[in-house]
Design a protein around this ligand. Structure first.
Ligand SMILES: [Zn+2]
Length: 611
């Protein structure tokens, strides 16, 4: 452990003490021994779980996720996928067709509190356990569980034999305690969407045939005894023991494959980046370029979004696309370099949005998917600007996302961001809300409060809420303080409704040698407005109209050509201002000149007075 890491951990701990006095959160410690039987794709597991009940409530029962049970015909994931109008092709009706050797399961042998065997009920992917002795506020409880699990054929995220030939993608693979917070237990049936869990430490010991190379969350504790590559052609079936330890995380992922190439790259601050992939013509080229590119990306990310506090991060070929886990990601790897960088950046950004700022993804998927998507766009664009990767950088890398949102908002299929992730009517509505509208949330906040306040807010959010469970209100409060503006109205319209923004130029005319510009709000979502006026002499002025609900104005980074105007009252559909110049001196009036506002109708935004 180097000094940089130690101090980061200490700061983390201090922050958490402060956090718990403000809002309590549960804490766990997992100790697991996994004995893997690769012939049958099954494993025996012993789990010792300690839970510190920091809540003000006495807990009489516990709930766990049993994710592998989703991969059985008739499961909620199976039915949901066959009933939804636009199924994820990765799932489709594949679960219905699984035979008993191909399904996933967790079979519980016993659950004990001390010496007492506990009663339990399995409800599909949720396990309900009745405690023998309730755990009071401030007390801890230790639960021992013994189970046997079968790794399913890969359908979604986890499973065996992924499309690129990775043997085991072990995500959502163990009985995992559901989180209990100020809203109570969170026990959503696993239908393939989102995750949430209490913070804790993991000790995971895996006994596995020696031919396998294992990649995982945390730090390998016995690198002198095990490693990748050298036992690949072993015929001796003796198992090797892999020991991993991870601190202050809320999940644990691992993968195993005999053909992994494992490389590392140590960053200046000592953080070790691990790369696990199967080498072929395509991956050899792209994966060898990854370390240096991602090292540069890390520098940029840490300046903008806060330091990465863990001692390592692993980019692991596995899974079925790209999925984030603590200290690691599983990504498919047969990609061109830019596609590989894109997916790596997105999943890496989840180290901030979910793996440190651990929102309840089921309730607020936009706070991790949307924020990660926004940051990915920023970082990708930065790498292009610096010519670290190929491609033309954009002036504003979020304009495409804003356009996508606007198109979807007019489709009639949009559902409010406050919808529970599992309960969107279509996969498309979920995807557009979580990824696109979530990213647009940050773009609009930047537009409303200005770049400096926004950048400060994103860092404040990190420092105040890392290793905790922030919700939308927590985030907006940080932004309000960073900007010294009221933003509750924005949260309420943006998160809880599908109301839309449409402003336009109603009319212009001349009176007493002045030009009068009349603007109109056509839809219900109120926003601050910017109007750029170009004059025939070549000058341009940006007229800025704050919204009264903001109780102030944004600070522009460059104020030279900005003319602030009185606030527009949200109740008033019209607003007018005058310019001390004749109409004949104006060449163009353009509302939303930078296209940053989510104005759904641009046809009423421009008046050209070309002579
Ligand atoms: Zn994501």
């Amino acid at each position: 452990m180097n000094l940089t890491r130690l101090s980061v951990i200490l700061i983390g701990c201090l922050n958490m003490t402060h956090a718990q006095s403000y809002r309590w959160q549960q804490r766990v410690e997992y100790k697991m021994q996994i004995d893997f039987d690769a012939d049958n794709h099954q494993f025996d597991g012993n789990q010792n779980l300690k839970l510190w009940n920091n809540s003000p409530d006495t807990l009489k029962k516990l709930f766990y996720h049993l994710y592998f049970n989703a991969f059985q015909p008739g499961s909620d994931m199976d039915i949901k996928s066959r009933e939804i109008a636009d199924p994820d092709p990765r799932i489709g009706n594949r679960i219905q067709k699984l035979n008993k050797e191909e399904i996933g399961f967790h079979k519980i042998y016993f659950i004990k509190q001390g010496r007492e065997r506990l009663k339990y009920t399995v409800h599909g992917t949720i396990l309900e356990v009745l405690l023998e002795k309730p755990v009071k506020p401030g007390e801890s409880v230790t639960i021992d569980m013994s189970f046997r699990s079968q790794v399913p054929v890969q359908i979604r995220r986890s499973g065996r034999n992924n499309a690129e030939g990775i043997d085991y993608s072990m995500a959502q693979w163990y009985p995992k305690l559901c989180n209990y917070d100020e809203q109570g237990w969170h026990t959503p049936s696993y239908i393939a969407r989102e995750f949430y869990g209490p913070w804790g430490d993991f000790d995971v010991t895996i006994y596995m045939d020696k031919k396998y190379c294992i990649a995982a969350t945390g730090i390998l504790q016995n690198p002198d005894e095990v490693g990748c590559g050298y036992s690949k052609n072993a015929t001796n079936r003796n198992k090797k023991v892999w020991k991993f330890h991870a601190e202050n995380v809320h999940d644990f992922v691992w993968t195993a494959d005999p053909d992994y190439t494992h490389t590392t790259f140590t960053r200046k601050n000592g953080c070790v980046l691990h790369f696990f992939y199967q080498e072929n013509e395509k991956t050899k080229e792209s994966w060898s370029q990854l370390p240096k590119i991602l090292d540069k990306a890390f520098d940029f990310i840490e300046t903008k979004y806060g330091p990465y506090p863990f001692p390592a991060y692993s980019f692991i070929q596995g899974g079925d696309g790209g999925m984030e886990y603590p200290m690691a990601t599983l990504i498919t790897g047969n990609r061109s370099i830019n596609s590989l960088v894109g997916v790596s950046l997105h999943e890496l950004m989840h180290s901030w949005y979910q793996m440190m700022l651990a929102t309840n993804e089921s309730l607020y998927p936009w706070m991790d998917e949307g924020f990660a998507s926004y940051a990915e766009e920023e970082v990708f664009n930065y790498l292009k600007q610096e010519k670290i990767i190929s491609g033309e950088p954009a002036i504003d890398p979020h304009l495409e996302t804003i356009k996508n949102y606007i198109a979807f908002a007019q489709s009639g299929l949009e559902e409010a961001l406050s919808t529970h992730a599992d309960h969107y009517a279509t996969n498309r509505a979920y995807g557009m809300a979580a990824y696109v509208k979530g990213a647009v949330c940050l773009a609009e906040l930047k537009y409303i409060i200005g770049e400096n306040a926004f950048n400060k807010g994103m860092l404040d959010y990190y420092w105040q809420w890392k290793f905790r469970h922030p919700n939308p209100n927590d985030f907006i409060r940080v932004m309000e303080k960073a900007a010294d503006l009221e933003l509750d109205w924005f949260k309420e319209y943006f998160v809880y409704t599908t109301k839309k923004v449409d402003y336009g130029i109603d009319s212009i005319y001349e009176a007493n040698g002045k030009s009068i510009i009349k603007l109109k709000r056509y839809e219900l979502f109120p926003m601050p407005i910017e109007v750029k006026v170009s004059f025939t002499d070549g000058k341009q002025i940006l007229y800025y109209i704050p919204l009264d609900l903001m109780m102030g104005s944004k600070q522009f980074t460059d104020t030279k050509r900005v003319q602030p105007l009185p606030a527009w009252s949200w109740v008033n559909p019209v607003y007018q201002f005058d310019i001390d110049r004749k109409l004949s001196e104006i060449s163009e009036i353009r509302l939303n000149p930078e296209n940053q506002l989510i104005d759904i109708n641009s046809s009423n935004d421009v008046i050209s007075l070309k002579k």
